[in-house]
Ligand binder design. Sequence first.
Ligand code: G3I
Length: 318
Amino acid sequence: DGSLRAAARGSGVHIGTAVDMAALAADAPYKAAVAREFDTVTPENVMKWEVVEPQPGVYDWAAADQLVDFARRNGQLVRGHTLVWHSQNPAWLTEANYTPAQLRALLKKHIFDEVGHFKGRVWAWDVANEVFNEDGTLRDTIWLRALGPDYIADAFRWAHQADPKTLLFLNDYNNEGVNAKSDAYYALTKKLRAAGVPVQGYGMQGHLALQYNLPGDVLENVRRFDRLGVKTAFTEVDVRMQLPSDTAKVQAQAEGFGLLLRACLIAKNCVSYTVWGFTDKYSWVPGVFEGEGSATPFDENLQPKPAYDTLRETFLLV
Ligand code: G3I
């Protein structure tokens, strides 16, 4: 068995992918590869608030349940994504003028309903997603504006009450290396844990781009979270490039994937490494960054790229 999943076995680090539910339903080779190559899955979109509660009080768990069932059949863990975010909230929530008290009640209900629905079936939750700006100040969101900074602690407390066994993560991008944003996470994690708030993990999405520097100090960052006693995870790794791709870029990309995996394997408490889509056939990148793409370890024909070999070989070193 030459799969990534087999290579990761015994390493202490789970290997995951974001799953596009439309592709899982329509594309048999895609589906087979999700089952073969990964031992954890994250729904790319279908656990987000706008999907699970399209109208107030009207839930639609169908797609998310399908993924959770798929994972169970294939012996995979599920990372839940995501409970409190500024994006992909339902229009009924963001476009009405709720009072702060109403928003607090809605957020609490959302977290209890969603975490409760998946109780015992979701291994880890991205509770709070992307709460900081690059300079380490809190991001201006409907939650911050209405509820103040305590919404973060409240979200973790509610999630923990709804499912005391699932692991609860903070999660963001551009927080892999040591910088103002990761400093803010370090301070927040320390403060929440000192106050007894159930935060168990620090998620680094890992959306890298070849035209910027790779986070050379990622290991230093991961290690300081180790010392805080929280788990860490790379939750959405991809390495995009300006198209067209060429041999040098594809090699540099493999180094980016490898850099984050090495940090995870060396760190004490890094529990999983998830790619945000494993094939260029369905990656979110070209739709968002004009002229960029080729960001994942498999090409559009589901053929492995050098990044795939680097991930496998890196797992096999430990
Ligand atoms: O489902 C609708 C479809 O019915 C409609 O016809 C179509 C028209 O635009 O849109 C579809 O929804 C899209 C959805 O993906 C499902 O494909 C949304 O427009 C699109 O905005 C959405 O993008 C997702 C994005 O989050 C939204 O912020 C990406 O797939 C998803 O990969 C991306 O994931 C985020 C993580 O959650 C958090 N970290 C960053 C990461 C990348 O942006």
